[in-house]
Ligand binder design. Structure first.
Ligand code: ADP
Length: 260
């Protein structure tokens, strides 16, 4: 009899409705908080290079420009800050487009071996500066044909290999490894650098998260590289994994679907 009581039924329905609305409000509140934190983070990150460039330029205008040595040094520093600002804005645009789903992956057949060779050529200069050697394994593998967005997957390779060089010791090694499986190619980027402490490992894919803030900034990092990598691979239905041992090195791995 109770089951058929219309008042009880109405009461249950109201209860379910209120619970649903509460959940929606909670989700909106979280989104709002995410937005607020994101805006605060972005403003902070933008201010740093702007203040730095402003400082150098104003000091020059206040008279430092007359000293040739100081002038060159300060102009170089101001230019470096503005280059950092440019990289940051570019990464922010990419990330926000991906977060709102505005970027569609253009999936094609891509030879990842060729993409990697191009990337290694582009990064050769910074590798030489840090005396880091770069290697692809196995050498015999002629083609690594996968289904991927060529530009986006190139960005993944650049971000991972550049990090492996930047955060390595001088004279370190970086090995890019392709592993052919039945339906996939496994890709890994391994370095023998200082490694990442375990308590930071789960957080390095968050935007603006850096293990060592000053080192990241000194090496031109925006703090967005790995967040972008994660989003791009997500758009390929793939995931990035990381393994790291202190004083031994770090390995990032992911898989991509093989092209027929
Ligand atoms: P950044 O622009 O600072 O390089 P990323 O998102 O690419 O930002 O990386 C986040 C942080 O993860 C870096 O600041 C660095 O501390 C750490 N990290 C990334 N790759 C490596 C690596 N291969 N070895 C050691 N630390 C790394």
């Amino acid at each position: 009899i109770r089951e058929n009581n219309p008042l009880k039924r109405l009461n249950d329905e109201i209860f379910v409705y209120v619970a649903k609305k509460q959940k929606e409000i909670e989700e909106l509140r979280k989104l709002e908080q995410f937005r607020r934190e994101f805006l605060a983070d972005v403003s902070h990150e933008l201010k740093t290079p702007i203040f730095a460039a402003q400082g150098f330029i104003h000091t020059l205008l206040d008279g430092a420009i007359d000293d040739e040595n100081v002038r060159d040094r300060f102009l170089k520093k101001a230019a470096k800050s503005l280059d950092g600002l440019d990289a940051l804005v570019k990464d922010l645009v990419t990330l926000s487009q991906m977060e709102t789903g505005a970027i569609k992956m253009n999936i094609e057949v891509v030879d990842l071996r060729l993409v990697t060779d191009d990337v290694l050529e582009r990064l050769e200069k910074i590798a030489q500066d840090r005396k880091v050697t770069l290697k692809v394994k196995p050498d015999k593998l002629p083609e690594v044909r996968v289904r991927a967005d060529p530009q986006r997957i190139e960005q993944v390779m650049v971000n991972l290999i550049e990090n492996a060089i930047k955060y390595n010791h001088e004279g370190g090694k970086v090995i890019i490894h392709f592993d052919e499986e039945k339906k996939h190619f496994g890709v890994s980027v391994r370095d023998n650098g200082p490694g990442i402490p375990p308590e930071h490992l789960t957080r390095i894919f968050e935007r603006f998260y850096r293990v060592d803030k000053s080192r990241s900034k000194e090496r031109g990092g925006t703090g967005l590289g790995l967040a972008i990598v994660k989003h791009i691979l997500n758009g390929h239905g793939s995931k990035i994994a990381v393994m790291s041992k202190l004083d031994k090195g770090t390995t990032f791995t992911f898989k991509l679907e093989k092209a027929e």
